[in-house]
Design a protein around this ligand. Structure first.
Ligand code: VGL
Ligand code: ZN
Length: 201
């Protein structure tokens, strides 16, 4: 069974959002057009309380994109984004959502960031997504969305470690930083993740 996992296609990650991913809106029609190819579609939303630890505004004297240590882990400090219940946290208005069987929200605990759809960044708490997908009978998992070098990357690496046969849909994803992403793509390939385009699915 083919499952599509759409990561964080939310307003704040669009070119006019608070944490813009270059060309983030380009992928919306691509994702809409390929949905008919899948048996199950799940989406995630980054969903932070406004006092979230990953926001620079919650750390005195710190600026956006500074990197600090939290609980012995390095944490990039982001502009406020995807605050629960705000328009910035909504899906892009043109994203087709009627086929979404479930939406998993992450980053809801103010004390820890969560890039992966499966675990928080400390790998302490599971979101339950792996169990859900296995229970639904997912054999092949396709990932796409924003940002390719952050939440899509960490999600697909966790998915692979959970034992799913994983493909990354290149033309249905955009990275915050393309140079970083070129390196991460090699890491994905090294893990046995396939890189595909939406037409070949
Ligand atoms: C993301 C940075 C902070 C993402 C979420 O969805 O890639 N990036 N929070
Ligand atoms: Zn976030």
């Amino acid at each position: 069974m083919k499952t599509l996992l759409i990561i964080d296609v939310q307003n704040d990650f669009m070119p006019n959002g608070s944490l813009p991913v270059p060309n983030g809106d380009r992928i919306v029609p691509v994702i809409n057009a390929m949905q008919y190819k899948f048996d199950l579609i799940i989406a995630t939303q980054d969903w932070h309380p406004k006092d979230h630890i990953s926001f620079a505004s919650n750390h005195n004297g710190k600026s956006n994109f500074d990197i600090i240590e939290i609980h012995g882990q390095s944490q990039t400090l982001w502009p406020n984004h995807c605050v629960q219940g705000t328009e910035g946290a909504e899906f892009h208005p043109n994203l087709k959502t009627d086929k979404f069987e479930a939406v998993f929200r992450k980053g809801t605990d103010k004390t820890i960031d969560s890039y992966s759809a499966f675990y928080d960044n400390g790998h302490l708490k599971s979101t339950g997504l792996a169990g859900y997908l296995k229970d639904k009978g997912t054999s092949k998992l396709y990932l796409c969305g924003l940002a390719a070098d952050i939440c899509v990357f960490f999600s697909i690496m966790d998915a692979k470690k959970e034992g799913f046969d994983c493909s990354f849909i290149h033309d249905a994803s955009e990275a915050l930083d393309n140079k970083t992403f070129e390196k991460l793509k090699k890491e994905m390939i090294g893990m046995g993740i396939e890189i595909v385009t939406s037409e070949t699915i």
